[in-house]
Design a protein around this ligand. Sequence first.
Ligand SMILES: *[C@@H]1O[C@H](CO)[C@@H](O)[C@H](O)[C@H]1NC(C)=O
Ligand SMILES: *[C@@H]1O[C@H](CO)[C@@H](O)[C@H](O)[C@H]1NC(C)=O
Ligand SMILES: *[C@@H]1O[C@H](CO)[C@@H](O)[C@H](O)[C@H]1NC(C)=O
Ligand SMILES: *[C@@H]1O[C@H](CO)[C@@H](O)[C@H](O)[C@H]1NC(C)=O
Ligand SMILES: *[C@@H]1O[C@H](CO)[C@@H](O)[C@H](O)[C@H]1NC(C)=O
Ligand SMILES: *[C@@H]1O[C@H](CO)[C@@H](O)[C@H](O)[C@H]1NC(C)=O
Ligand SMILES: *[C@@H]1O[C@H](CO)[C@@H](O)[C@H](O)[C@H]1NC(C)=O
Length: 497
Amino acid sequence: MKRMDHALRLALLLMLLALVYPSSSAIDFEHCKSSVKQWASSSLHSDTKDGHILKDLLFFLHVPRTGGRTYFHCFLKKLYSSALECPRSYDKLRFDPGKPDCRLLVTHDDYSMMSKLPREKTSVVTILRNPIERVFSAYEFSIEVAARFLVHPNLTSVIKMSGRLRSKNGGISTLEIWPWKYLVPWMREDLFSRRDARKRRGPPYFYGNDSYNMEEIVMPLHEYIHHPVALDLVHNGATFQVQTFMNKMKFASQVAGLTNNSNIKGAHELRQCVITYQILGKYVLEVAKKRLDDMLYVGITEDHRESATMFANVVGAQVISQLMATTVNDSTSEQGPSFSDSSTDTIHDQDNSSSTVEAKSENMTVGKLMDTYETCISSLRSSQSQRRTASLKRISPANFTKEARQHVPDTLLKEIISLNSLDIELYKYAKEIFQKQHQIMEQKLLDSNQVKPAKWNMMLSSIDSAWTVFYIFVFVFLLFFICFYVSAKRRISKLKV
Ligand SMILES: *[C@@H]1O[C@H](CO)[C@@H](O)[C@H](O)[C@H]1NC(C)=O
Ligand SMILES: *[C@@H]1O[C@H](CO)[C@@H](O)[C@H](O)[C@H]1NC(C)=O
Ligand SMILES: *[C@@H]1O[C@H](CO)[C@@H](O)[C@H](O)[C@H]1NC(C)=O
Ligand SMILES: *[C@@H]1O[C@H](CO)[C@@H](O)[C@H](O)[C@H]1NC(C)=O
Ligand SMILES: *[C@@H]1O[C@H](CO)[C@@H](O)[C@H](O)[C@H]1NC(C)=O
Ligand SMILES: *[C@@H]1O[C@H](CO)[C@@H](O)[C@H](O)[C@H]1NC(C)=O
Ligand SMILES: *[C@@H]1O[C@H](CO)[C@@H](O)[C@H](O)[C@H]1NC(C)=O
């Protein structure tokens, strides 16, 4: 009944659009093209020199669902004291320049944040992830967080309770962080309405066996990716399908600074232009690529180990030496309770494990940093997975497992790919940059002999281990040869005697 209703409304809307759009095209192509081109060329001009040297301020551009949170908690928090952190990094209120001496800024804001920062004094780092994986992760995470509210009997009671909670602990929850502040309430409402519908209808229930398409319980993935989160935005853009939340989450637009959350003037219009005329997307991509080029570090979620090692060696090492040079006077630190909980990615985040090991940069080395990271990440992971399991229990029998993922139809994956075409291009490019950075780092490590043997295990990429095997082989061969030679000689000399 409800679905029919939706479908009908949707169809009507599409028809209306088709009728209205050609005549009222509020944004015309030529205008769009020239403004997008202008923006792109001005963005490409701003040249930053020495992109690979850490500047005064480190800006971590956290693309949602790329695993940036572990970098924040297990690397950056181990290096920077709270006092050095820019106020309320993840806050909905955005960056507050009221603390001019801060050294670390971590936000879900997009690149346009740079317009508020001293560009020549800021280094940017980011992590990118395979766009398909990120879409799955965003879907699962918004449901996971929303499902925690199902303990409540109804939505009214949720809203009452969360209001009370917020005023009590004053921390920042997922619900205040873009884009979750839109996605979670939307999913939450959806979960409650599906549960209410089930209750009204009563048993027997037929859920099916596909967790990504279990409409009795959660919004199916295919519906989610095509859902216009805000119908009102549709009026401005013609291409109905790209005007979903995905567009707002596209990391190409985040890196380019053109998200729905952008700080620059005119960003909204530019976004609409690109959405309306997808051909203009190539300009956004150019800008995003250029920005990645200029970054201090680009990590890849999938290459987790190597990314972490590189982060420690490239960013960590520089942060350590920078802070050592300046932490002569540390009088201002050791407070800032208001910041301590401000950067969490999820609600109810106690962050118990990582705050106990309050390692500061004084005695820090890259090796120690890596060890701290390993310990930190394993406890973080286990608490995350516990929370996930507990939360997904509430929507059982739906369960987002690797096994269930295998059954997602190809057509759906193709749709996700086409909705994320810019991101897929950008991801490819990021992987190239990553490879280059990786080679440079290895070269540097080879050049300087400061690496301790134990750390080498970490550094060995497949190529290096191939070389190691080769050396060992040659060594053994030589040894064998010498032994053979010596014994042969002995035999010969024995014969002579
Ligand atoms: C929601 O739940 C609360 C608490 O159980 C109850 O008092 C209230 O009547 C419910 N509201 C609705 C609309 O069902
Ligand atoms: C669901 O069941 C059908 C038939 O019973 C089977 O073909 C299909 O592979 C199952 N799907 C999953 C996700 O297990
Ligand atoms: C961003 O998206 C949300 C949800 O779709 C919408 O409510 C909000 O108005 C948008 N903001 C801008 C500036 O477009
Ligand atoms: C450190 O603090 C002392 C006194 O508190 C001051 O004399 C000195 O100039 C400070 N050094 C730096 C580098 O700020
Ligand atoms: C903190 O960690 C300890 C041990 O790991 C655990 O016993 C305790 O319950 C945790 N506290 C919170 C608030 O999670
Ligand atoms: C740093 O090293 C010194 C001397 O080795 C030691 O006294 C101090 O406690 C260490 N500080 C930290 C934070 O580990
Ligand atoms: C979901 O799957 C995970 C991993 O297979 C499992 O540990 C968990 O118990 C499952 N949850 C439910 C509610 O079946």
